[in-house]
Design a protein around this ligand. Structure first.
Ligand code: SAM
Length: 165
């Protein structure tokens, strides 16, 4: 059996899925905060020495998964595991964000692409020697498309619109 705990929440300005960024590198991505629950705050020791963080979180608004999706960056249907779509069997997302400062249990971050109140499962420092592979990197169907991520905005294709949104 697998068990996970929520270690905190992401606070962002994005209250609805419409028009938000689809990746942290999007032009619309904004500053936000990761508020770590008090019982885990001691684990933040030494993190302020790092500039970037990998944040792993639960796409809490996702209600069902799909194995074939039409991703934000393409009009063709793709296998979900070849995309970053949130509607995955385990709706887990990850974002690389820049750390602005850490005060107590709050990490102030510079760029985030998730909804306000998204539950956080883990955070890890980004370390180029660990995380950036050497050699050629192939990006499949995203070749010639991934650069367009800056202008791309989210919509409700994966999560039903709620009343008032
Ligand atoms: C394409 S995903 C990419 C997330 C992450 N950077 C990744 O690659 O795993 C980002 C999109 O997921 C959706 N989203 C963000 N937060 C969400 C949440 N808490 N629940 C459901 N969908 C969310 C929004 O449409 C947002 O634009």
């Amino acid at each position: 059996m697998m068990e996970f705990v929520e270690i905190g929440k992401i606070h962002s300005e994005f209250k609805t899925l419409n028009n938000m960024p689809i990746q942290p590198t999007g032009e619309k991505s904004l500053k936000g905060e990761i508020v770590i629950n008090e019982e885990y705050a001691e684990g933040l020791k030494d993190l302020e020495e790092f500039s970037h963080l990998i944040v792993i979180y639960f796409f809490h608004e996702v209600k069902e998964h799909k194995l074939i999706v039409k991703p934000f960056m393409d009009d063709a249907k793709r296998g979900v595991f070849s995309t970053r779509a949130p509607v995955r069997p385990n709706p887990i997302g990850l974002s690389v964000v820049e750390i602005e400062k850490i005060k107590g249990n709050i990490i102030y971050i510079k760029n985030i692409d998730v909804l306000d109140q998204t539950p956080v499962l883990d955070i890890k420092p980004l370390v180029p020697d660990f995380d950036f592979p050497k050699g050629e990197i192939k990006v499949g169907w995203l070749e010639n498309r991934s650069k367009g991520v800056k202008e791309k905005e989210s919509d409700h294709r994966f999560v039903q619109k709620k009343e008032g949104n």
